[in-house]
Design a protein around this ligand. Structure first.
Ligand code: AIR
Length: 198
């Protein structure tokens, strides 16, 4: 018998829980706003190992929202819900997704496991941890030859940069997005030039 595997997502509090579904971890997502963004199919999936990662990972979502990129965000764990991760990653291309951003901390295998199940680019974000994120960084970045994960910096800077890197990848075939990215860089440069030390 094939067991139904639900993709864990951050449930809208207005929606009922599914009592039949032991994999429904959506109660873990109380502090994460309902999944996303727009009615368009997501181009980027943002996933994280725990709701405790959201404070940092929301930087990726904010960046994608700033550039108008349809995206979604969900909690799923390579260790606590491995079947959910496999199903999500395997189904990403079929759902029209082009990039997955995966954040996890400690023994951070989420990005690597996702990359093993799909050929779309996977960006790994190491979360801060009991070891200041060094364990997360090494377990995300040190992938074996053949299965790449593009790893960004530890924590919230990394999450924001993961969003920007996703935009840059999408922009290779989307001139409008490339123009927005160039405008963002110009704006950032202007801000730096205005900075004074008093
Ligand atoms: N984690 C969850 N499943 C596998 C891993 N590596 C990570 C989460 C989080 C850390 O464990 O990504 O960074 C602690 O999770 P929690 O839920 O205990 O706060």
């Amino acid at each position: 018998m094939v067991r139904k595997v639900a993709v864990t997502k951050c449930r809208n509090p207005a929606d009922p829980l599914d009592p039949e579904d032991p994999l429904d971890l959506s109660d873990l997502c109380d502090e994460i706003p309902p999944m996303s963004t727009s009615s368009e199919a997501p181009l980027v999936g943002i996933i994280m190992g725990s709701k405790s990662d959201w404070d940092a990972m929301k930087g990726a979502a904010e960046m994608l929202a700033r550039f108008g990129v349809p995206h979604e965000y969900r909690v799923m764990s390579a260790h606590r819900t491995p079947a959910v991760v496999a199903e999500y990653a395997s189904g990403a291309i079929g759902r029209g997704m082009e990039i997955i951003i995966a954040g996890a901390g400690g023994a951070a295998h989420l990005a690597g496991v996702v990359a093993a199940h799909t050929v779309i680019p996977v960006i790994g974000v190491p979360m801060t941890s009991a070891l200041q994120g060094l364990d997360s960084l090494l377990s995300t970045v040190q992938m074996p030859k053949g299965i790449p994960v593009a790893t960004v910096a530890i924590g919230s800077s990394g999450a924001a940069n993961a969003g920007l890197l996703a935009v840059a990848i999408l922009a290779t075939s989307r001139p409008d997005l490339r123009a927005k990215l160039q405008a963002y860089r110009a704006e950032m440069a202007e801000d730096v030039k205005k900075q004074t030390l008093s």
